[in-house]
Design a protein around this ligand. Structure first.
Ligand code: ZN
Length: 198
């Protein structure tokens, strides 16, 4: 299958809860027939995990349009642990972040004039994310209002998310809105969805 993915990131779960929640979510997907417990690396192009759960007999129940009967998507990879997740073109920096206190948008990559991050603007975010990955706590100051905002509270552009649990559906047709809503309820947390190509 293709080298594209749809990703659902839990942006609220703690690193301590992420492992048990991942297990419960896999159990639920297996019970629904969406995946099996068989692991495969075929069709997984992630840099963080090298295998995922093979689709189950009722995988098509998760997708929006009736799939081609000959089609079979790739595995569902589960990423446990504090990490930053990028979709789209996969640049390692966020294009922008919005301060939850004053609503000011800090532009990091000034498209379409620039295609690279302004290092000076990105550095405090990068440092905050690194600290959060290492310790579970990290923040970056808002240059507009001065608030020191945890990296988990900054409102990142859609292709950038920080979270301790993510699910990558490799090569699946578009997941249905109903399935994505059920998945979010199953996690019990706020989620961010991304798509991307490896
Ligand atoms: Zn602010």
């Amino acid at each position: 299958m293709g080298d594209f993915f749809e990703r659902i990131v839990d942006v609220e779960v703690s690193a301590e809860e992420a492992g048990p929640l991942a297990e419960r979510t896999v159990d639920w997907m297996v019970a629904e027939g969406l995946i099996t417990r068989e692991l495969s690396g075929d069709g997984v192009y992630s840099l963080t995990v090298d295998e995922g759960y093979v689709p189950g007999p009722r995988w098509a129940r998760a997708v929006a349009d009736a799939p081609d009967p000959d089609e079979r998507p790739g595995p569902v990879a589960v990423i446990v642990g504090r990490d930053h997740h990028v979709g789209g073109q996969g640049t390692d920096e966020a294009e922008y972040a919005v301060c939850p206190r004053c609503r000011t948008r800090t532009v990091i990559i000034d498209y379409p004039e620039e295609f690279e991050a302004d290092d000076e603007v990105w550095q405090p975010f990068k440092d905050g994310i690194a600290a959060w990955k290492a310790t579970g706590e990290g923040s970056a100051p808002c240059s507009a209002c001065g608030a020191v905002v945890p990296v988990t509270e900054w409102q990142w552009e859609p292709n950038f998310a920080v979270g301790a649990l993510a699910f990558d559906f490799w090569g699946w047709p578009p997941l249905s809105a109903g399935f994505r809503a059920r998945f979010g309820r199953q996690l019990g947390h706020r989620t961010v969805e991304q798509t991307g190509k490896f």
